[in-house]
Every structure is written in structure tokens, then in C-alpha cells.
Design a protein around this ligand. Structure first.
Ligand code: MG
Length: 445
């Protein structure tokens, strides 16, 4: 349609919780729009797509308006036509009853002149190096409460009814459309989005993404925003359309002052006055660059690309490493505990039978108790079962078996009459070695 399309990018994403994408977007220069359908099942999708289809069919006529005021009236008429289409479709099809949609559209005119048409809680932002300004009022319960001063922005973000909209296309045959003028300076970005973005990514972050990535790669900026919302849960469908009405003509290094975020439309920059005829009138005010201040997109050139996905991947890796280390630590602690509770009998180098603590593996046991009985004094069966099997025993079991060995020597052995010398503290307890070795099976030595 136009040989000189301004820089722009768009993306709609189902998010991480919803099965359907009920959002829709329109990029039909000079008209850009997003819509957020409601109604559940397929009805929301029908509403948002139908509204934008109707709006798109008016794009050429709106764009051809000779004055900004004509364009505003034409855009408002197109939004009203979209409302009529969504409303009428419900009368024609029982399955579509209850569907509705938000809609925010911006018409880009020469010289950065903007015309905005808006119903619902989808948003239009104007982003410049001087700050982020939300152009649209949220037609929602919390939006009304914020404007009346009864809620602040933080309370609004956590309000249980933050998703309840007070105005939408479809429910009624008529609707009040906010339609007004504004103005973008060189390098400024217009961002249109549904609440799937604005509910999870704040105004300043939206501004930063456009300023840091928009100049070189608008799609990367939009992708970054969608990804950021998904990283934070993707609780709703996410749709973003960004357009730079007047390309930046400043290439040098720009100021690095922090973004100022205007959370409500600045007084005096425009008015939105739903009147008897439903027309809001507004007066545009230049927002930036009038004083030659730096343009959007250049401000943070050279700054590292802040990739929310990359951050997520790095933090996932870090979590994985920590989890593995914790598991190793647990395994080590568990092994050490089992080691400290394990004893077995063995034949020492001098031929006596003793008890070692630990596992019958090299380096993993140490002497615990010494006994007076020579291994070769035991019968072959006892020797294999009690001494050479290296069965793991509790300390108590091992001690009882050791103490019972003198009764098992095949001939009188004066040495067996001697008391058992414990390396640790001595304790006496009679026991039956025949049952002692069977409680815990041990790996073969
Ligand atoms: Mg939504």
C-alpha cells in the first residue's frame, strides 16, 4: 500500500495458560490495532478477529482523510462499525452470544500525527527518550478506581477485579469510543498491547525494550516483550504491535537518563470526552524532539542486549547446578550416615577375627573392635558364614557375634577365655550369633 512503511513489528502469542488465542492484531499501514476477545470457547476469537476485519476494511478510507479531525471521525466510525458487526453476529448465531472484544487502534499520519481509537483495557503507549506515556484510559473497574484516586497502580495490579472491563465492543448496539489526536516525535514508538502484556510487564520495561532493541531490530524488541510476559507466567494471550511513526534521524550517542513513566495520560495533552454524540475531541501535543533532544532507539545503543529468555536459561542452569550439588551433598551425607552405622567381621592380618566399621571395600573401613579368636579355630561353615561373608551388621549385632565366637571354637583355646578387647568403649551383652548376621545383607566383599 505504501512504499515507505515505517519501522514496525508485531506478534501475538497464546501465552502459557490458555488453550486458544483470543487476541488479534492488525497491521495495515497506516492503521495498526490490537483486539482482545472475551467470551470463552471460540467466541472471543471470533469477536476480536471480526472487529479487526471490519476495522481493516475501513483502513484505506481512514488513511485518506484530508485532516486529522476527519481521520478521527473516520476511525471512530470504523470502531462503531466493528462494534455493530460483533453485536449483530450474536443475534445471528446462538453460539456467539456473549462475545465481546477490546480494540485499540492508531492511525499514523504524516509528521507524526496520531489518531487513536479505543474501547476496553488494551493499551496504547507512546515511548520516547523522555518517558513512557499511556495514551489510553483503561476501561476497566480498576482503571476507573485508579482515575478516581481510590486505588494506586500497585493496588490495581493486584486487584481481584483487574480483568473486569467496563466497556467493550459487542455487548450493546452502541458504544462510546475514545477517539483523539496525539503526536509522535522522531524516533518515538507507539506500542499497542493487550492486557496479557501490560498485566505482566510494566510500562518502564516496555519502554526500555523498544528503546534498547527497537532501532536495530523492532521484531527483537517485540519478541523480548512477549517472551518476558511468558517468562512471568504467560497467564493470558499476549499481543504487541509496535510502530515508529517518524523514523529516528539522530544517530549519535544519546542521553542515558532513566525513563520517566507516566502512568496516566498527561493532563492537557489530549482529552477524551465522551459526549452525547459519542465523540471525544483532543488536541495533540508534541512529545519529544521539539528541543532537538535525542531520539528514541539510539539512547542505549551499544548497551548489552538484555534477553529475558537468556536470563531465564541462565537462571535455569544455575538452579540445575545448585540442585545437583544439593543432591550430591545429600548422597554424601546419606552415605556417611550408613557408613557410620555399618560394621562387619573380618579376619585380620594376624589371623584374629575383629570388627571393622564401614564398608568391606578398600579405604572405606577402619578397625572398631578386636577379638581373641583365631579365624582358623572356627569350623569351616562358621568361618564362611560369620567371618568371610562380610555381612553388614549394626554395632550391637557385630559385638554380640564377636563375643559369641569363643563358644564356636572347635577345640579348647586359652585365648578364647580372654575378654574381648574393644577399641571403643566396652559393653556387655549376650547374644546369639546365629541370628545376628541375617538382618542386613551386605554386598559380597
Ligand atoms: Mg487479555
Amino acid at each position: 500500500m505504501s512504499e515507505h512503511l515505517p519501522p514496525h513489528a508485531a506478534r501475538t502469542d497464546v501465552g502459557r495458560r490458555r488453550e486458544h488465542n483470543e487476541d488479534a492484531l492488525l497491521v495495515q499501514h497506516p492503521l495498526y490495532a490490537v483486539a482482545d476477545g472475551v467470551g470463552g470457547s471460540a467466541r472471543g476469537e471470533v469477536a476480536s478477529n471480526l472487529a479487526l476485519e471490519v476495522l481493516g476494511s475501513h483502513a484505506r478510507a481512514i488513511g485518506a482523510s484530508s485532516s486529522a479531525d476527519d481521520a478521527r471521525q473516520a476511525l471512530e466510525a470504523a470502531v462503531l462499525a466493528a462494534n455493530g458487526a460483533v453485536h449483530d453476529a450474536q443475534g445471528a448465531d446462538e453460539d456467539l452470544r456473549g462475545m465481546a472484544t477490546t480494540l485499540v487502534a492508531v492511525l499514523v499520519r504524516a509528521g507524526g500525527e496520531l489518531v487513536v481509537g479505543h474501547v476496553g483495557d488494551s493499551r496504547a503507549y507512546l515511548i520516547s527518550t523522555t518517558g513512557v506515556r499511556q495514551l489510553t484510559d483503561d476501561h476497566s473497574v480498576v482503571g476507573e478506581l485508579v482515575r478516581s484516586g481510590r486505588l494506586d497502580e500497585q493496588e490495581a495490579a493486584a486487584h481481584p477485579h483487574r480483568n473486569v472491563i467496563t466497556r467493550a465492543l459487542g455487548p450493546e448496539p452502541d458504544v462510546t469510543v475514545d477517539a483523539f489526536h496525539d503526536h509522535a516525535g522522531p524516533g518515538d514508538w507507539i506500542v499497542l498491547c493487550t492486557d496479557g502484556l501490560s498485566g505482566l510487564v510494566d510500562d518502564e520495561e516496555i519502554g526500555r525494550a523498544m528503546l534498547e532493541n527497537g532501532r536495530l531490530d523492532p521484531q527483537a524488541a517485540v519478541d523480548r516483550l512477549v517472551d518476558q510476559a511468558n517468562v512471568r507466567g504467560g497467564t493470558d494471550n499476549i499481543t504487541v504491535v509496535a510502530v515508529q511513526p517518524v523514523p529516528s534521524d539522530v544517530d549519535d550517542t544519546l542521553a542515558t537518563r532513566p525513563l520517566e513513566v507516566a502512568t496516566a495520560p498527561a493532563a492537557g495533552t489530549r482529552s477524551s470526552l465522551p459526549s452525547a454524540d459519542g465523540v471525544g475531541v483532543g488536541v495533540g501535543t508534541p512529545t519529544t524532539s521539539a528541543d532537538g533532544s535525542p531520539s528514541v532507539g539510539d539512547r542505549l545503543e551499544g548497551a548489552p542486549y538484555h534477553d529475558p529468555d537468556g536470563v531465564a536459561i541462565r537462571s535455569r542452569r544455575l538452579r540445575t547446578v545448585i540442585a545437583v550439588l544439593l543432591l550430591l551433598l545429600l548422597a554424601f551425607a546419606g552415605g556417611a550416615f550408613v557408613w557410620s552405622q555399618s560394621y562387619f567381621l573380618l579376619e585380620r592380618e594376624d589371623g584374629t577375627v575383629g570388627v571393622d566399621q564401614g564398608f568391606p571395600l578398600p579405604w572405606l573401613h577402619h578397625p572398631h573392635a578386636a577379638g581373641p579368636v583365631q579365624a582358623d579355630r572356627l569350623g569351616q561353615a562358621d568361618r564362611e558364614r560369620i567371618v568371610e561373608s562380610h555381612r553388614l551388621l549394626s554395632e550391637e549385632e557385630a559385638r554380640r557375634v564377636l563375643e559369641g565366637l569363643p563358644d564356636r571354637v572347635e577345640e579348647d583355646d586359652p585365648a578364647a577365655e580372654r575378654s574381648i578387647e574393644r577399641l571403643g568403649e566396652g559393653r556387655d551383652a549376650p547374644g546369639d550369633p546365629a541370628t545376628a548376621g541375617s538382618r542386613r545383607d551386605a554386598p559380597a566383599a
